[in-house]
Design a protein around this ligand. Structure first.
Ligand SMILES: *Cc1c(COP(=O)(O)O)cnc(C)c1O
Length: 236
């Protein structure tokens, strides 16, 4: 499915997405305010983030530290609003230190070596404070794709909880493009249930992007990561 931008101005696109989220939530008996829209601003300049702050957005997602670190600094110097940066992309261990400077949550904790790197950095902080995090699931048959196999989720979650470096919010997933997204949202929802049996606080689900966020909502998604439907096509 090609990613295509909604027409209209930024304000119209942002408000249209919020309306769609509210309607989809109400249609399945959920409270709209139990769902957070994270605007994925990757490949767009800091000015777009500032414009969205003016429209009321407070949660932004980025997938590359090289781009996100300077953007977060630029936004912080231009706006006094307190906003949250969510790191949603594959994260190299040597970028963890930088990401911890601006991100309030990491959605892509996907392997033991990354977990160790996070724990090591946090332990070195003057006042160690756990970072909010999601465990990313690999929903494909390709072991080279990022993410923990659903069958290994509990073992990895136990390891994560042991470190005390991450405040585990829940599971994250990216639906495969080659099948109905509901198939993967169902897998994520089941994984979430098994995780909550281990850690009742880890009840959140980061799932749903521009093409499938409406479908993710009945499956319990609480953190939608939405880029192009709001921002328009990526500029670079
Ligand atoms: C880019 C990205 C998104 C947003 O994608 P859109 O299709 O533009 O909504 C969400 N999640 C992750 C992990 C991404 O890299």
């Amino acid at each position: 499915m090609p990613t295509s931008a909604n027409p209209g101005s930024l304000k119209e696109r942002y408000e249209a997405v919020l309306d769609q989220v509210s309607s989809a939530a109400l249609a399945c008996g959920r409270q709209p305010d139990s769902i957070q829209v994270i605007v994925v601003s990757k490949n767009h300049p800091a000015q777009l983030v500032l414009d969205l702050i003016d429209l009321g957005a407070r949660n932004f997602g980025e997938n590359r530290d090289q781009e996100a670190a300077p953007k977060a600094a630029e936004v912080a110097s231009a706006s006094s609003e307190s906003i949250n940066w969510h790191f949603v992309g594959q994260l190299q261990s040597n970028k963890v230190k930088s990401v911890l400077h601006y991100a309030s949550a990491i959605h892509s904790i996907d392997r033991p070596s990354l977990l160790s790197a996070i724990a090591k950095e946090i332990a070195q902080q003057e006042a160690p404070r756990p970072i909010d995090g999601f465990i990313q699931l690999n929903l494909t048959d390709d072991p080279n794709r990022g993410g923990i196999e659903p069958k290994n989720l509990i073992e990895f979650a136990e390891q994560l909880l042991e470190t005390k470096a991450v405040n585990l919010l829940g599971v994250m997933g990216v639906a495969a493009l080659d099948r109905a997204p509901e198939v993967d949202f169902e897998t994520i929802a089941r994984a979430s249930e098994s995780l909550q049996a281990l850690d009742p606080a880890a009840k959140f689900i980061s799932a749903g992007m521009s093409q499938d966020f409406v479908q993710a909502i009945p499956f319990g998604a609480t953190h939608l990561r939405i880029g192009t439907a709001i921002t328009g096509n990526r500029a670079y």
